[in-house]
Design a protein around this ligand. Sequence first.
Ligand SMILES: O=C(O)[C@@H](O)C(=O)COP(=O)(O)O
Ligand SMILES: [Zn+2]
Length: 219
Amino acid sequence: MSIHLHRHPQNSLREQISTLGKSLFDRGLTMGSSGNISVRLDDGGWLMTPTNACLGRLDPARLSHLDNSGQLISGDKPTKEQFLHMAMYEERPQSGAIVHLHSTHSVAVSCLPEVDPCDCIPPLTAYYVMRVGKLPLVPYYIPGDPKLGDAVRGLAGKHSAVLLANHGPVVAGKNLEAAVYATEELEETAKLYLLLRGENPRGLTQEQVAELEARFPRD
Ligand SMILES: O=C(O)[C@@H](O)C(=O)COP(=O)(O)O
Ligand SMILES: [Zn+2]
């Protein structure tokens, strides 16, 4: 008789959330208990990071498991941005994961008075266009305010990443790895943008952006 050890498919997702959360935290991409991560499950439910959890020390077994209506099935109380994540998923059926961080340079850009609210960071590099594209600014709301979900709903259909004013980025991807890569690219480009402020940098032209979008369509 052979013994078949069945590994629940959620286990590897739980481990991936914890591993990537630690990687983001260890590299200083979010501090303290800031930031949150979610992954959409095949049955329409979600795994989300618990509220007040440090992304550097997530316990895979205590992640919040929600059903497809957002009710907690098991684990700790979910992030207070649950509604923000759910609003973004509603508008983006192609997205399987969302990352929200308080990454310093992205937050800095979210506080600048002169940013274009339709597109906060110019297309400085090809990889930024490939991973992020246009980045709209969401007006300030207190963290966890359900109105934040409503504000994001209007933008998320067209944009995989948004920047919450005086708060930080929220980035969706087809899976968690893609969402993390895009969040990292956004942070690096925010840093470049701040480095180059006042230098009148040469960004990519509209034609160059259009060529990238045709060749490397984002999700
Ligand atoms: O900024 C906030 O308070 C939240 O957006 C956040 O980043 C962490 O909140 P929890 O996920 O509820 O811990
Ligand atoms: Zn936050």
